[in-house]
Design a protein around this ligand. Sequence first.
Ligand code: RRO
Length: 302
Amino acid sequence: MPDVSTTVAGLKLRNPTMLASGILDETGGTLLRVFKAGAGAVATKSIGPEPRSGYKNPTVVELDGGLLNAMGLPNPGVEEFGPEVKVALEGGALVIGSVFGKDADEYALVAKRLASYGVHGIELNLSCPHAKGLGAEIAQSEEAVREFTAAVKAKVNVPVMPKLSPNVSNIARFAQAAEDGGADAVVAINTLKAMAISPELRLPILSNKVGGLSGPAIRPVGVRCVYEIYEAVDVPIVGVGGIETSRDALEYIMAGASAVQIGTALCTRGLGVFADIVAGLASFLEKQEVESIATLVGAAHG
Ligand code: RRO
C-alpha cells in the first residue's frame, strides 16, 4: 500500500487533504463530520475577536466555473468558538484555527486564544479579497505580512501558516515576507477578487458588489502561484484553489504543495470528495510505482 501521509510544518497528516477555511467549519459538529469523511485536517472558518454577522444577502452566487462569495467574515467570535473547537478535538480531528483581525495585536490575541483551546496549528487569513481593514489591505503589503506573522509567532507554540492572496503581482515575494516573519508554512491561494452583474437588475449581484472567486476556474492560477512560491521559499506550502479530483491535487503537489485544501468542491461533489481524492492518489502512486506522496512534492520543477 503506497504511503499517502504527509507532514506540514511538523504536523503529521494521515493524507494530504484538508478542509479549506470558509465552508462547513463554523461548528465542531461539521468540522468533525468532514474529518470523519476522510480529510487529513480541517481548517475553521476565519475567527476574529468579536462576533460578526457578515454582509447582507446575496453573499454567494454560482458562476460557470465556480462560486463568487462575499460573506463578510461572519463568525461567532473567539470566546464563543471555544466549545466548537473542543467538540472537534475530542472527536479526534486535527484542527487548524483560521484567524483574522484588524491589526497585528488582534491577530496575536485571537491566535493565542485558539491555541489555548488546543488547535494543532494556526492559519493566518491575511488575504480576504474584500473586507476593508480586515485582510484586503494586509494582503497588499509585504511588510504587514511579515509583521503580522512575527506578532503571532511570538505568542503561540503551534505552527503558523499565513494564507496568501493571489491578488498581487508577485506572490512569491509575499511568501518570502511570511518566511521572514517566521512562518512555518504558507497557504496559497485565497479567492480571486471578482464581480458578477445582473443584466436585468443592472447591478452587481453580491450585496458587497465585489467578492472572491473560487472553484475550478481559479485552479491554474493557484497552481502557478504554488509553483512560483516553491522556487522562492524553504517552508512547506499548502495548495488551495479549485481542487476537485486527485489529478487536480497532483498538479498542486507537483507544483510544490505538501498538502492541499478543498472547499468549493464540497458543494459540487459532497463529503465523499476527500475519500475519492485520497483513493485516486493511492492508485496513481501504485500505477507509477512511487512509494510515497512525499516524493512527488515539487516534481514538476524537474
Ligand atoms: O468571509 C468571506 O467573505 C471570505 C473570506 Br474571510 C476569505 O478569506 N475569502 C473569501 O473568499 N471570503
